[in-house]
Design a protein around this ligand. Structure first.
Ligand SMILES: Cc1cc2nc3c(=O)[nH]c(=O)nc-3n(C[C@H](O)[C@H](O)[C@H](O)COP(=O)(O)OP(=O)(O)OC[C@H]3O[C@@H](n4cnc5c(N)ncnc54)[C@H](O)[C@@H]3O)c2cc1C
Ligand code: SF4
Length: 483
């Protein structure tokens, strides 16, 4: 513990963000970098608890709290405080191969479990992590991980999201020859085409790709497995296969008149097109439109921020669930994940531009009204919990809508590739494995990330990729020393 009374002397200080006024004019990153002296003070707030809940990554009351990667947080906070940044970085990358991603987009499960959060504000763990990651790149300490010795094993990874990337990096460093197949034109999965540029600059992913290629990993982009090459061919040519194709199958709500109507788009398709076309506008865009986003969650928030940058006339986010409390409820104590109202960057920007929070809670869309097959209005209704079910009330309100974006969650992975190759699916429409394992029902085929656990978080995808790599290595070699 660097400074015994650091938590008493210094208040929480997060990295600054560009003001809503300035940032809505472009798609550049919102958060500004760290100042060295701030990070040292913030690291000094860490109390190096005897039982550091921040690195526990454990399930409490149905939700995980603490870091799923078990990052050695108190250790590297101590090193930051003592100006041993290189050593701190060494401890960080021992457990987290991509801190430049999590330092930008992780919802910081660690901070929710920080003991400083019990009666004050938690340590800025995520900002400290980003500081170390960028320190590592700036000082050429994060380099290509070239293995000293190669094995004769060949591994195919299908999907280049954070799960596929972390599995590929670990197995390559172990000495196996890794080829990653990706159907998009760029690697990164939802990091690239999903999470908007203002949260994660796409150059950050390309920077990592260059290092991974230098270390010997081969990326085959624009290669759709199941279409351009069959899984059977890959299975025959490689010693092991990892399926890390994500869980992008959108939940499509039942709305009268929606099917086949112009002006309705799924959130990930909308966000993908927005990023792909930058700096231009994609064909389906929000410019000059009254937009409704169905879904009040994080994906919906990313759509709000994107629509505002594209120049929408208005934006409303419709959410079925009631508004959560502003503070932790009594039955949701620390260190459980706090189920509280979160106002994210997109909602903040909507308040700045339109003068109000875009979210309308306890509501749904029941019907679309169209002209020439194009949506022009949406009929909405308040919903109530009746016998444990959300039921729309009889009263309806009609609101203008030129663009409807569906951000109502996900229903698992795309089935085709899996079922056509005789691999079993779970009841949740994810690839089935034994609890805590990554081997599928087909020998030599493994799975990781959202495709395995359902739509989740980047930090979980990275953690699953690492654990899957360990299982694959053991299966191939008969033993493993991987962490
Ligand atoms: C809009 C949005 C915003 C999000 N924001 C955050 C956030 O801020 N923080 C956070 O922690 N999490 C966020 N998430 C969740 C997070 O992005 C995912 O949990 C994570 O990316 C999952 O990683 P993955 O590697 O399992 O899958 P993915 O990232 O989905 O990657 C799967 C990859 O497989 C490829 N693929 C699929 N099928 C094939 C095939 N047949 N052949 C070849 N390639 C194939 C896909 O093209 C894709 O590149 C967000 C999700 C969404 C939708
Ligand atoms: S990866 Fe996420 S949960 Fe883990 S230390 Fe970093 S910010 Fe916290």
């Amino acid at each position: 513990m660097g400074k015994a009374d650091g938590f008493l002397l210094y208040s929480r200080l997060e990295n600054k963000e560009r003001s809503p006024e300035e940032r809505i004019l472009d798609f550049k990153e919102i958060r500004l970098g760290s100042k060295e002296e701030n990070r040292r003070e913030q690291a000094a707030r860490c109390m190096n608890c005897g039982v550091p809940m921040c690195q526990s990554g454990m399930r409490l009351a149905g939700m995980v709290t603490g870091c799923p990667l078990h990052n050695l947080i108190p250790e590297w906070n101590d090193h930051i405080y003592r100006k041993n940044d290189a050593h701190a970085l060494g401890r960080l990358i021992k457990t987290n191969p991509f801190p430049e991603f999590t330092g930008r987009v992780c919802p910081a499960l660690c901070e929710k479990a920080c003991i400083n959060g019990l009666d004050d504000n938690p340590v800025t763990i995520r900002d400290n992590e980003l500081y170390l990651a960028e320190y590592g790149f700036d000082h050429h300490l994060i380099t290509a991980q070239i293995p000293k010795k190669r094995s004769d094993k060949k591994i195919a990874v299908i999907g280049s999201g954070p799960a596929g990337m972390s599995a590929a990096q670990r197995l390559n460093y172990r000495g196996h020859a890794v080829t990653v197949f990706e159907r998009e034109d760029e690697i990164g999965g939802l990091l690239m085409y999903g999470i908007p540029n203002m949260k994660l600059d796409k150059e950050v992913i390309r920077r990592r790709r260059r290092l991974m290629e230098k270390s010997g990993i081969q990326f085959l982009t624009n290669t759709n497995v199941g279409k351009d090459v069959s899984l059977k061919e890959i299975y025959e040519q490689f010693d092991a296969v990892i399926l890390a194709c994500g869980a992008k199958q959108a939940r499509v709500p039942e709305i009268e008149n929606m099917e086949g109507t112009d002006g309705v788009i799924m959130a990930v398709d909308f966000l993908t097109a927005a990023t792909k076309c930058l700096p231009d506008l994609p064909k389906v865009n929000a410019q000059g439109k009254n937009v409704i986003i169905l879904g009040g969650g994080d994906t919906g928030n990313d759509c709000v921020g994107t629509c505002i940058r594209q120049g929408c006339c208005s934006v409303i986010q419709i959410e079925m669930m009631p508004m959560p409390p502003k503070e932790r409820a009594e039955n949701n104590p620390w260190p459980q994940w706090p189920k509280v109202l979160k106002t994210d960057y997109g909602q903040e920007e909507a308040v700045h531009v339109f003068g109000k929070d875009p979210r309308v809670f306890s509501h749904t869309i029941t019907r679309l009204i169209k002209e020439d097959n194009k949506v022009v209005e949406a009929e909405t209704a308040e919903v109530h919990f009746i016998e444990g079910r959300l039921v729309p009330s009889e009263e309806r309100e009609v609101i203008s809508c030129d663009l409807l974006i569906i951000a109502a969650g996900f229903t698992g992975c795309e089935k085709e590739l899996v079922s056509s190759n005789g691999i079993e699916l779970s009841a949740r429409n994810t690839v089935k494995t034994d609890q805590g394992k990554f081997a599928t029902s087909k020998e030599g085929i493994f799975t990781a990330g959202d495709m395995h656990r359902g739509q989740s978080l980047v930090v979980w995808a990275i953690a699953e990729g690492l654990q899957c790599a360990k299982e694959v290595d053991e299966w191939l070699m008969g033993y493993t020393n991987l962490l």
